[in-house]
Design a protein around this ligand. Sequence first.
Ligand code: ATP
Ligand code: MG
Length: 559
Amino acid sequence: MSNDFIRSKIDQQIREGLDQRTIQTRFPPEPNGYLHIGHAKAICLNFGIAREYGGRCNLRFDDTNPEKESSEYVDAIMEDVRWLGFEWGEKIFYTSDYFDFLYECAQKLILAGKAYVDSQSQEIIREQRGTLTRPGQNSPYRDRSPEENLDIFRRMRAGGFPDGLHVLRAKIDMASPNVVMRDPVLYRIRKAPHHRSGESWPIYPMYDFSHCISDSLEKVTHSLCSLEFENNRELYDWLLTTLGLFPSKQTEFARLNLKGAVLSKRRLIHLVREKHVSGWDDPRLPTLRGLRRRGYTPESIREFCARIGVARADSQVDYGLLEFCIREHLNRVAPRLMAVLNPLKITLTNYPRDQVEWFDLPLDPEDPSKGSRQVPFTRELFIEREDFMETPSPKFFRLAPGREARLRYAYYITCRELLRDEQGEIRELVCEYDPASRGGNSPDGRKVKGTLHWVSAPKAIRAEARLYDRLFTRDDPEDMPEGKTFLDALNPDSLRVIEALAEPALAGYGSDSRVQFERLGYFRVDQDSRPDRPVFNRIVGLRDTWAKISGKKPEFEKI
Ligand code: ATP
Ligand code: MG
């Protein structure tokens, strides 16, 4: 595990006497959408630190926006965190469980003269906040007495006012150089049912108020959050100090940005609702569900998070790194089979009609202990159309008229003739095989340059193959020219569905299996498969551009 600035700081604290068993972190998703790869970074960081140091990490739902949240999201988030490989102990935490305590804290602040009810509109409050260069202005309600504030606040809580009529604000400093400290709003009226507390609360705490107090109640020692909360740290500390609560400490780190993807929940919701993708688990999405359906393994995502590390500087990570991680993992674990995506029929005229030879072929040529499968060979076969060229270019070494090539593990064949359809397209190749080359071995030292994958025509399984490309055509779909939105960057060819032909052994691989099709890439058996019609998602092709750049092989640590 790389030692990032957060872990270095913790090591320092331990040297200075921190008992590492007291290290407490939390992962605090708002249940208003599905988790994405950016959340995976935060999950691996928070749960990872707890595990490495022997501390604890809470899963806490930060559920203070009833209109946008639901228990559907709560359930999905728990499932995704588990799928990634992390556990949170017996108890699940919810900010909504602290509503009573938060309400008490607010009353305490009021009585101490540190909070007041403002009865101006949101717009005016915003206006009076000032800017970085201009100080804010005091609200005319700022000097209400604690008694009056308490009375109005209690009536807010009792449901006596409509949305927006009053808010509770901290009384700090309207001239503070930190705009966050200019009497931030702590509570607002929102008469909306909550997925857990139902109708019992007509007021809801703001993030800045509830987050630090929730951390403190859970004795969180290291509250790790993304960089956009840097300015909020002063308020975080102010509230805990003023209320005399456990002094949790916030540390900020840079969010993950992935080139060619959008990670904002708002954007993801838009793509799903407007049906630009098939759902939250569309294999083109960077959601954990999408990645999982595509065929990514939890190991590969954890490895990705370990490699990107944790820093304070914002960065854009290349999608290629994610692909590198899954390729490396599947290269070790996925069985290798054969399939043809763009079939061209060949007939071996000197091979006995109706004969079926069964080859016992290894599932991993580099590791015989992974076992083998039976692959049928017949007179009629399919090869990949791209493996034949009528007029071969100088660098093309595969099949061509009159040329000999090897069918992987099977025989040498020579192309004798082309058959065309009415449109003049090549329909079939007429070939001969050399019986002496059984196993694909040279009978007499004769060399061939091309080795092709193949499937038996009568024995092949027809399968649907879904070939995915990037969802967006630009590295940063958020940064669009004038008048365009991220939707204009959608790649119209991000999904191609084709009919593929696969060797029969494939029938033995159920939903969620991952295989390599030789020379084509890694594929996952999709849940849309039916017994008579398998469906495959291509996870990633075989060609790796990333390994050359980064060198280091990943560990895929067990957790
Ligand atoms: P979004 O921008 O997608 O709406 P969010 O920050 O509102 O994300 P939360 O549910 O509040 O989503 O996030 C839970 C935790 O995950 C927070 O601690 C947040 O900092 C972290 N997180 C969210 N997105 C990323 C990201 N891209 N990189 C790293 N951490 C992230
Ligand atoms: Mg958030």
